[in-house]
Design a protein around this ligand. Sequence first.
Ligand SMILES: [Zn+2]
Length: 153
Amino acid sequence: MSKFSSKTIFGTCEVCGKKIKKDVYGQGKCPFCGWRNCYLNAEHPDNVLHPNLISLNKAKKLYLEGKAFDPNLDEFLEALHSYGEMQFKYNNICYAVELMGTELNNNLIQLYNANTKEIFVFKNDADFKTNAKIEGKLLKEIWDETTDRYWLQ
Ligand SMILES: [Zn+2]
């Protein structure tokens, strides 16, 4: 048996504290709480960073409260600025949200309805948060009913 036969090491989940498998970079999804462990999140516990959609400190708080690691609209937008492209579903319709920077305005946000192919463009985060609508309803008011929020697959 070679001493290089296994690259799996054991570590502690940053959120729930249970013993989990990690790779040599300290990365690994926790099978107990679902947190995607990554040194970047550990180093910046208040920021939304790959591969998660909420910050480490928020995840710890939600874990203690027994809640799911769902991003609110602010965290979704923070993740958008990290990933560039995001998606979510509402009533089984997939929506893509993309940053589309231009020289004059690098904060433009595009909302794409994969069903109707309609595209809506917003000036910036605040415009998106205030005015984005899905099926005639303000996104901020139906956010809790959306699912599958993730970076674009
Ligand atoms: Zn965990």
